[in-house]
Design a protein around this ligand. Structure first.
Ligand code: IPM
Ligand code: MN
Length: 364
């Protein structure tokens, strides 16, 4: 497989380094040779090449089987208008790759139950999947811009029926392999786009009779996520709502650093952690690489179509956490098993290698 690696900004390079090592090791143990090519995106690309998505970057991505991305965003560009910022590199990349369904699983990790500010009896057992529409809504709708003299600004939220249908199918198909429930989240009491969303999702649901469908307003969903998160299986929602709700869902796992994502729906999958570039801790070897490592596992699941290899990485993450190792974001104060980004990566790599050895010796 050919994979383009885009470390990006802030902690991106540190966390992707660990993920790439583990992904290559595990893949090769399963007979998948991975060839990686690294390119610039975001602020790093603006600084070196004057563009957040340089031509060699997009060319390499379009020739790949999948793309693994760290993070984009840097405070030094905060003063720029949206179309000149690092983030536009990521949005243009998403558009060019064409994946429209962004899968963001959030699971309460038993070993991290004390790292969450929520009470264990509220969120223990949480296992949900956010299916976020990724190519529509306010992020891409036109017209957009500033009024004369920056006296105001505007964006457009627009969804067509086919755009809703295709992402809804991903949600229902995901639910079929899980707990058979889809919660479609909208703001149909106020927004026209949400009314179309609700009608369309209801229509698509008829093709999936085993899956239960419920509708929830986004404000209520935000509350339910922290008061009774175990009620959810698959949450299906539009782009901006999904962006916001997935950060909130991260609290359920212990840390935003834990959350992985996969963008599917086109030939080239895009895999990225949910967290941002965290510039305040960048370069200090303390960032949590697990979200990116788990994203690499999703790459092996959806792009390499190797469920066993993906599970090896995910189980290795669980094992390291059960053994008590923590990066600073999920460690209690003055904790004896606090490890660096690199140490966390090596631990997961070792545990994964150990379980690959066991798996293959069983096979023999
Ligand atoms: C995310 C991020 C991005 C988004 C930013 C960096 C453009 O917050 O992937 O959730 O808003 O989609
Ligand atoms: Mn976000």
């Amino acid at each position: 497989m050919k994979i383009t690696v885009l470390p990006g900004d802030g902690i991106g390079p540190e966390v992707t380094r660990e993920a790439v090592i583990i992904m290559k090791d595990v893949a090769s143990a399963f007979g998948i040779e991975i060839e990686t090519e690294q390119h610039l995106i975001g602020g790093a690309a603006i600084r070196e090449k004057g563009s957040p998505l340089p031509k060699d970057t997009i060319d390499s991505c379009l020739k790949s089987d999948a793309v693994l991305l760290g993070a984009v965003g840097s405070p030094e560009f905060d003063h720029l208008p949206p179309h000149e910022r690092p983030e536009v590199g990521l949005l243009d990349l998403r558009k060019a790759l064409g994946g429209f369904a962004n899968l963001r699983p959030a699971k309460a990790v038993p070993a991290l139950i004390d790292s969450s500010p929520l009470r264990p009896e509220i969120f223990a057992g949480t296992d949900l999947l956010i299916v976020r529409e990724l190519l529509g809504g306010l992020y891409f709708g036109t017209p957009r811009g500033f009024d004369d003299g920056r006296s105001g600004g505007y964006n457009t939220m627009r969804y067509s029926v086919p755009e809703i249908e295709r992402v809804a199918r991903v949600a229902f198909e995901s639910a079929q392999g899980r707990k058979q429930k889809v919660t479609s989240v909208d703001k149909a009491n106020v927004l026209e786009t949400s009314q179309i969303w609700r009608e369309t999702v209801t229509r698509v649901a008829a093709d999936y009779p085993s899956v239960e469908l419920e509708h929830l307003f986004v404000d209520a969903c935000a509350m339910h996520l922290v008061t009774s998160p175990t009620q959810f299986d698959v949450i299906l929602t539009e782009n901006l709502f999904g962006d916001i709700l997935s950060d909130e869902a991260a609290v359920l796992t212990g840390s935003l650093g834990m959350l992985a994502s996969a963008t599917i729906g086109s030939a080239i999958g895009l895999y990225e952690p949910v967290h941002g570039s965290a510039p305040q801790i960048a370069g200090r070897n303390i960032a949590n690489p697990l979200g990116t490592i788990a994203s690499a596992a999703m790459l092996l699941r959806y792009s390499a179509k190797n469920e066993t290899a993906a599970a090896v990485i995910e189980n290795a993450i669980d094992k390291v956490l059960e053994e008590g190792y923590r990066t600073a974001d999920i460690a209690p104060e003055n904790y004896s098993q606090t490890v660096s980004t690199e140490e966390m990566g090596s631990l997961v790599a070792e545990r994964a290698a150990g379980s690959v050895k066991r798996t293959t010796s069983h096979a023999v």
